[in-house]
Design a protein around this ligand. Structure first.
Ligand SMILES: *Cc1c(COP(=O)(O)O)cnc(C)c1O
Length: 582
């Protein structure tokens, strides 16, 4: 039973049922440990989007991580978030009509992190020293792994050596860091499969410390939650056995664990999702629709079930203070920002005048923020209180369809011209994404050619949290038109709903948690029909804004349906109920 003598206990697990049978036999049906300061809720993420704390992410995955920690802080849950600190980040600019990434060094000392110590991992025959840094809050902390050559977030191809190095560093380095800090995870939440190695490090340690291999697998599985944000397993990058020989196996102390992992390769390759499913008995998707349609198979070929836990946002971060005060004062949301029992009735106090008043404040917030975000021509925008603004703010990726509204520039122009309205686009193109760069240039060309659109459509290249906040406060109608079935959840629309913007959206991601009648829905049998409906909804939003009755009705309906969805406290309660069933 001892690895060191080569007499390891090993029997291949044919499928997860083997573990279930074993587990039944052990008769341990529940998580063994509740959450405490020494046994915190641990949350693992390769991406954190938390600029206030010096870490700029790429998109929704990172924003969710940051918001989850903030909500845990507000709910006084002992919580540790483990993530890399990337010593360099990019800013996107438009220079001579071309997208350019500007790289900037970031120093963690500037953001209140302190160095705890160093831990080592092995890669390619060398010891790599990683710095463990920490930032403490009241009951939560961010523990980060870093070193001067750690690189940038999502640098290189997925499936590349550098990505694997970053993921192994987070997993093994992060697990050692917890030990260094005297912490044992009550639960390990893996925010996507790039964090698989953290659970692997735990399994390895348990076996190394003498736990029977089966029991260690069961124990790790019972305490690990895999949160999936992706829809199709097939799209996931693979790593090769040879890469694992250089980066992963040297960090395993138990031969049994190594053999277990070796068994998971097919044709010399491995997808991290396949092993993450094996090591995590708890699995969640990020909206009702996503949990239903995510198409994942376990090693036995069975479809994996995901528990639907729709993402939420940290209301204190994303909702304008005046609006948040109103929600609290009128007991629409409670002290943790979860909707109260009869919040729908209380929403009656939200009159058209109030909404307009809040939006005037929001316009000031937006104008202030815009002073730091020049448009594609280097121009600083400033809006009047009575301007009508549509905003489209999200990463520039194909399925979100940033170009949809530009399919018929004449119609777009007519809609905007009738009201003198504006259309603001904010979003970054992923470095090296030629297709989306071209689509962006095409949009800019359409805008440049038309003398009305040139003045009324603006692209803001350096999209980040601040700009997201400003636009959700200060714009009137948010446009969210992903191809139905491709958005896992999306959270930017939640910021818009909470800040009293009209939501014009396809029925996808977390939006589909609600009914089609609860917002300005865009649907159709094909893209042409959807486009037509998008234009109709834009016209409708402009008209509704001119009617007290319609403005009130639409905004209240959106909040009635979506406040419970949007609430980060609701999300956290859902996680806790799932992890610690009564
Ligand atoms: C809220 C937010 C997101 C999330 O965007 P979705 O497209 O809704 O997933 C991404 N990036 C930034 C900067 C955000 O503030």
């Amino acid at each position: 039973m001892n690895d060191e003598d080569g007499q390891y206990f090993y029997h291949p697990l044919e499928n997860i049922e083997d573990v279930e049978i074993f587990y039944e036999a052990t008769e341990r049906k529940h998580l063994t440990k509740a959450i405490s300061d020494e046994r915190p809720y641990t949350y693992w993420t390769i991406e954190l989007y938390d600029q206030e704390n010096g870490i700029r992410g790429g998109g929704g995955l990172g924003v969710l991580a940051a918001d989850t920690r903030r909500v845990a802080e507000e709910m006084e849950i002992p919580f540790v978030l483990i993530t890399p600190f990337y010593p360099s980040e990019t800013r996107q600019l438009i220079k001579d009509g071309k997208v350019e990434d500007e790289h900037k060094k970031v120093d963690y000392h500037d953001f209140g992190f302190r160095l705890i110590d160093r831990v080592n991992i092995k890669c390619c025959g060398n010891l790599c020293a990683l710095e463990v840094i920490e930032k403490r809050f009241k009951n939560t902390r961010i523990v980060a792994i870093t070193e001067p050559n750690f690189g940038e977030l999502y640098s290189g191809m997925s499936g590349s050596d550098h990505r694997l190095y970053q993921e192994v560093a987070l997993g093994f380095g992060g697990y050692s860091a917890l030990k260094l800090l005297g912490l044992k995870p009550a639960i390990m939440q893996l925010n996507e499969v790039a964090t698989f190695f953290a659970a692997l490090a735990r399994l390895d340690e348990l076996v190394r410390n003498g736990m029977d291999f089966y029991e260690a697998v069961v124990y790790t599985r019972k305490h690990t939650l895999y949160t999936n944000h992706t829809l199709v397993q097939a799209a996931e990058a693979e790593f090769s056995y040879e890469q694992f020989e250089r980066f992963v196996f040297p960090n395993l102390k138990s031969l049994a664990v190594k053999k277990w992992l070796e068994d998971k390769f097919t044709n010399g390759h491995i997808k991290l999702s396949s092993v993450t499913i094996e090591i995590a008995e708890l699995r969640s998707g990020v909206s009702k629709l996503h949990a239903r349609v995510a198409n994942y198979k376990d090693v036995a070929g069975n479809k994996v079930k995901f528990k639907a836990i729709t993402n939420g946002i940290d209301m204190r971060k994303w909702v304008m203070p005046e609006i948040l005060d109103f929600y609290h004062r009128e007991q629409i949301i409670d002290q943790y920002d979860a909707p109260t029992a009869n919040f729908e009735i209380k929403l009656d106090l939200l009159t058209a005048n109030r909404i307009r008043g809040f939006k005037v404040n929001g316009r000031r917030v937006l104008n202030e923020i815009l002073t730091n975000y020049p448009d594609q021509n280097g121009k600083i925008l400033e809006f009047n209180d009575d301007d009508f603004i549509f905003d489209f703010k999200r990463r520039f990726v194909d399925y979100k369809r940033p170009d949809l509204v530009f399919r018929d520039p004449v119609r777009l122009r007519n809609i905007l011209e009738k009201r003198g309205a504006y259309y603001i686009i904010a979003g970054r193109v992923h470095a090296g994404d030629e297709t989306m760069s071209k689509k962006l240039y095409k949009i800019l060309e359409i805008v440049e050619k038309d003398d009305y659109l040139r003045e009324h459509v603006h692209y803001l290249p350096n999209y980040d949290e601040k700009l997201a906040y400003g636009l959700s406060c200060g714009a009137n109608a948010a446009i969210n038109v992903p191809i139905v079935g491709l958005e896992a959840c999306g959270t930017s629309w939640m910021k818009d709903v909470a800040n009293l913007s009209f939501l014009i959206s396809t029925h996808d991601g977390g939006v589909a948690d609600g009914s089609i009648n609860s917002y300005l829905n865009v649907s159709g049998a094909n893209e042409e029909e959807e486009l037509n409906m998008l234009y109709q909804r834009m016209e409708e939003a402009i008209l509704a804004d001119e009617s007290n009755f319609d403005l009130e009705a639409i905004i209240k309906q959106q909040l009635t349906t979506f406040l419970p969805v949007v609430s980060g406290a609701r999300m956290m309660k859902d996680y806790l109920d799932y992890l610690f069933p009564k």
